[in-house]
Design a protein around this ligand. Structure first.
Ligand SMILES: [Ca+2]
Ligand SMILES: [Ca+2]
Length: 473
């Protein structure tokens, strides 16, 4: 049989060709976690979401908050919790498979679980299995796709991995750095400043250092807008996640039934291919928040005041905007704080419904559960060049829903991501939008239009497509 025919047959015989293609396009991720209660809650959501990623590693690490030998609140949760969670995932794995063939086997996930550097705050001296795994992924010549390294705790295991590369293969540092993407939930130890920056920042590694994640941590009841809170309160959490959703959801750590905290979750929400294209540029904004470029290829939170300079040193609990604003109570202060967290909370109803659907997938068959719509554009490129004053058509009417649900469309301008600063474009509540590029838009300015598609299933699920219009002469 000739080779082309063989490939064609393989495609036809494959029950889910898009799933095969998807395996090559899903983001690769490595989690490093300090095992705090909120990491453990994040891990439940992460495991339910891991059909969206290629999971390359789940690594125990320490932080300024938790390390082996830490006392009281600083105590370190025994590392085996990760194994225990994967074993609970194993109990619902067969059911999850009905909903997405991309869920990795529990055996595969267990093979990717390693203990990293945990013996102290910022300990990056010991060659741990966790650090070796990260180094091996970055040095693997057979796969040059990017890897998002997530620091749910300190950066110390990542730091040790990079030291291994520098010590053993100094000539390959640039090659390893080319694959690296960093998403840090604060800098929860000194290793990013002490070792990673001085030795690796020169390679221009895309790096997000987040503070806005905090609205999904313990302070959520103080800082989220009231209309968002209902998705985190006990009634919603019990009905949609905690009760009758299988053994993995049952272990989800909560606060008397309500959401407790998942401060580290934005680091992997960022890697879900929702259609928001935030993976291309942290300034676009997506489920993991929106960030601005502060130096080289390092991205941090847009500050609430324009006269603020992001610190050159460590960003953590001691100099966090979130912590400074947490107890603000005056109306104008609350407005500023609410705006600061908006890059995350604006998506949270969709994020929570996504969680609820995945919780259903643990216990329901395909016909009884909901699945995401897929936004498909028609004669609408993802990037459009258009002159000021011209009219363009945006069309998402090819969109589909695997359950045959009715779809609700809206096209709206993501103002914060657009650098055109004139009046906001009007919203369209239809699959098609006909927009006029403002006559005062200047060449080179951008207008980001989001097509948001929500289905009529329960819980209602949302996917997007971002279209970026660049104004030309
Ligand atoms: Ca953590
Ligand atoms: Ca659906």
């Amino acid at each position: 049989m000739n080779k082309l025919l063989a490939i064609a047959l393989l495609i036809i015989l494959s029950s889910d060709y898009s799933a095969i293609i998807g395996q090559n396009t899903r983001p690769r991720v490595i989690v490093t976690t300090d095992g705090e209660a909120d990491d453990r809650a994040s891990m439940v959501r992460f495991l339910l979401t891991c059909n969206e990623f290629d999971v390359e590693g789940i690594i125990n690490s320490s932080s300024q908050f938790h390390w082996v030998g830490g006392k009281g609140w600083n105590a370190f949760h025994p590392v085996d919790w990760v194994k225990e969670y994967i074993e609970l995932y194993a109990k619902v794995y067969n059911n999850l498979q009905q909903h997405s063939p991309n869920y990795p086997t529990p055996e595969y996930l267990l093979s990717k679980w390693k203990v990293g550097n945990i013996e102290g705050v910022g300990e990056d001296d010991i060659r741990t299995e966790g650090a070796e795994l990260i180094a091996n992924v970055l040095l693997d010549k057979s796969d040059d796709r990017p890897v998002w390294l997530q620091a749910w705790g300190g950066c110390n295991t990542i730091s040790r991995a990079l030291k291994i590369i520098e010590e053993d293969y100094p000539e390959r540092m640039e090659e390893a750095a080319a694959k690296m993407r960093l998403f840090l939930i604060w800098e929860q130890d000194g290793t990013y400043q002490d070792y990673i920056r001085p030795n690796w920042e020169k390679y221009n590694i895309p790096t997000i250092i987040a503070d806005q994640f905090d609205c999904m941590a313990y302070i959520w009841p103080k800082v989220l807008p009231k209309e968002i809170n209902s998705y985190f309160e006990a009634e919603w959490m019990q009905d949609n996640v905690l009760n009758n959703h299988g053994s993995l959801c049952a272990i989800y750590e909560n606060n008397s039934g309500a959401f407790n905290a998942e401060g580290d979750t934005p680091s992997f929400l960022h890697s879900i291919p929702t259609g928001l294209r935030n993976i291309e540029n942290p300034g676009y904004g997506g489920w993991g928040g929106r960030y601005i470029n502060v130096r080289n290829n390092v991205w941090m939170d847009p500050a609430p005041t324009s006269d603020y300079t992001h610190p050159d040193g460590q960003i953590s609990i001691h100099n966090s905007w979130s912590k400074m604003m947490e107890n603000w109570s005056k109306e104008d202060e609350i407005a500023i704080r609410t705006d600061y967290f908006k890059p995350i909370w604006r998506w949270l109803p969709a994020v929570q419904n996504d969680f609820a659907a995945r919780a259903d997938w643990c216990v329901k068959n395909y016909a009884s559960a909901n699945h995401h719509p897929e936004v498909r554009l028609k004669k609408t490129p993802l990037n459009i060049e258009a002159k000021a004053g011209s009219k363009i058509k945006l069309d998402a009417s090819n969109s589909i829903d695997p359950d045959g649900d009715k779809l609700n469309y809206s096209w709206w301008q993501h103002v914060e991501a657009s650098n055109y600063s004139g009046e906001k474009m009007e919203d369209f509540h239809s699959a098609k939008a006909k927009i006029t590029i403002p006559s005062d838009a200047k060449s080179g300015e951008t207008i980001h239009m989001i097509c948001e598609v929500s289905d009529s299933g329960k819980p209602s699920l949302t996917r997007y497509q971002r279209v970026i219009i660049t104004v030309t002469d």
